[in-house]
Write a protein that binds this ligand. Structure first.
Ligand SMILES: O=C(O)/C=C(\CC(=O)C(=O)O)C(=O)O
Length: 308
C-alpha cells in the first residue's frame, strides 16, 4: 500500500489486511466515532508541515471496513498529516451518503463562509491538538478565536493531549465555550492505578464539567502489558479496559468509541480491527451500555436532527 507520490515515514505500519468479522454484534446504527482518511496522496497531498507521512487510506477503504465490522456510520477526524487542508475529509463526507460526519482542523483566519461550507459538507467540530510529536502548537489566543467563531454553528471542540499535560491545560480546556470531546481518555499512563492521582484528575475534569465528553478509544495505543488484538485474541488490552470501564460507568451519556483506523503512528503492532471491536464488550458489557456508547451518544452529538 504505497503512495504514488509520497514516501511513508520509515517504519510505518500499514493497517491490518483482512480483519476478522467481530463476534460481538454491534447495535443497529452504531457509529465509529473516531477514524481517519489519508489522501490518497496523489489526489489529496499531505501537508508540508506534517510530522509524519502515512500510507494512503481512502474513503472507499474506510467505508468497506465500516460495513465489514457492522458499523452504520463514521465520524472522520482530520489527522495532522493533512494540516488545515480539509479536502480529503470533505470529499469523504460528501461521498458517504450522509453516513459520515467530520471534525476539521482550521486556522484562525477561517471565515464564516468557509465554516458554513464545511458545515454543509457534514463537519460538526474542530480539533485542537496538543501532542508535541504531532504538531507545532497554535497560540491559545488563536484557538480561543477559533472557538468563538465555530460556537454559533453548534460545533464542538475535540482535544488531543497526553495526561501529564492536563494540569497546565486545565484552565484553557475548562473555559472553552462549546461541548468538548477528549480523544483517547486524555492518554493515561495505564501502568499507573486506575484510581490514582493522574486518572483521578481526568475523572475530576469530566465530573466538574458536564460539557466535557471522552472517547474510550485507542487501547492499542495505550496498552503496555495487555495481549494484542491479533491471532484471534478477544481479550486484548486488558490493562486499558478498567480506565475505559470507569468512564463508561461514571459518565454513560458522555462517552464515544471509535476504531482509530488506520491507526497512525503505531510502532509495535497493527491490530486486527475485528478483534478491536471485541474489546467493546469489556468496557460496555451490557447491550444498554453499548447502545449509549455506540448509538445514542454519537447520534446526539453528530446527527442531532435525527434524534427525537
Ligand atoms: O489518530 C489518532 O487519534 C492519534 C494519532 C494521530 C493523530 O492524532 C493525528 O495525526 O492527527 C497519534 O497518536 O499519533
Amino acid at each position: 500500500m504505497s503512495s504514488t507520490v509520497f514516501e511513508k515515514t520509515a517504519g510505518w505500519l500499514d493497517w491490518y489486511q483482512g480483519p476478522s468479522k467481530p463476534s460481538l454484534a454491534l447495535p443497529a446504527g452504531a457509529v465509529d466515532a473516531h477514524c481517519h482518511v489519508f489522501g490518497p496522496g496523489d489526489q489529496f497531498p499531505y501537508a508540508p508541515e506534517r510530522k509524519y507521512t502515512p500510507c494512503d487510506a481512502s474513503k472507499e477503504q474506510l467505508f468497506a471496513l465500516r460495513d465489514h465490522l457492522g458499523f452504520a456510520r463514521n465520524v472522520i477526524v482530520q489527522a495532522t498529516c493533512h494540516g488545515k487542508d480539509n479536502r480529503a475529509l470533505v470529499d469523504a463526507l460528501l461521498s458517504s451518503d450522509g453516513k459520515a460526519r467530520g471534525v476539521a482542523t482550521v486556522g484562525v483566519d477561517i471565515s464564516t463562509e468557509e465554516i458554513q461550507a464545511l458545515h454543509d459538507a457534514g463537519v460538526r467540530g474542530v480539533r485542537f491538538n496538543f501532542v508535541k510529536r504531532l504538531v507545532d502548537f497554535m497560540p491559545k489566543a488563536d484557538l480561543e478565536a477559533i472557538a468563538a467563531k465555530i460556537a454559533p454553528f453548534g460545533w464542538h471542540i475535540v482535544i488531543y493531549f497526553e495526561a501529564p499535560d492536563l494540569p497546565e491545560l486545565w484552565d484553557f480546556f475548562t473555559n472553552l465555550p462549546t461541548t468538548v470531546v477528549v480523544d483517547h481518555m486524555g492518554r493515561p499512563d495505564v501502568s499507573k492505578p486506575v484510581d490514582g492521582e493522574e486518572f483521578n484528575l481526568f475523572v475530576k475534569l469530566m465530573a466538574e464539567h458536564p460539557n466535557i465528553w471522552s472517547k474510550l478509544s485507542c487501547p492499542e495505543r495505550l496498552s503496555k502489558t495487555g495481549l494484542k488484538a491479533l491471532d484471534g485474541e478477544k481479550n486484548a488490552y486488558q490493562d486499558v479496559a478498567p480506565f475505559a470501564r470507569r468512564l463508561m460507568q461514571l459518565f454513560p451519556e458522555r462517552v464515544l468509541w471509535g476504531t482509530d483506523w488506520p491507526h497512525p503512528n503505531l510502532k509495535d503492532h497493527m491490530p486486527d480491527d475485528g478483534l478491536l471491536v471485541e474489546y467493546i464488550a469489556h468496557i460496555a458489557p451490557t447491550a444498554a451500555e453499548r447502545q449509549q456508547l455506540l448509538v445514542d451518544n454519537p447520534m446526539r452529538l453528530y446527527w442531532p436532527e435525527e434524534v427525537a
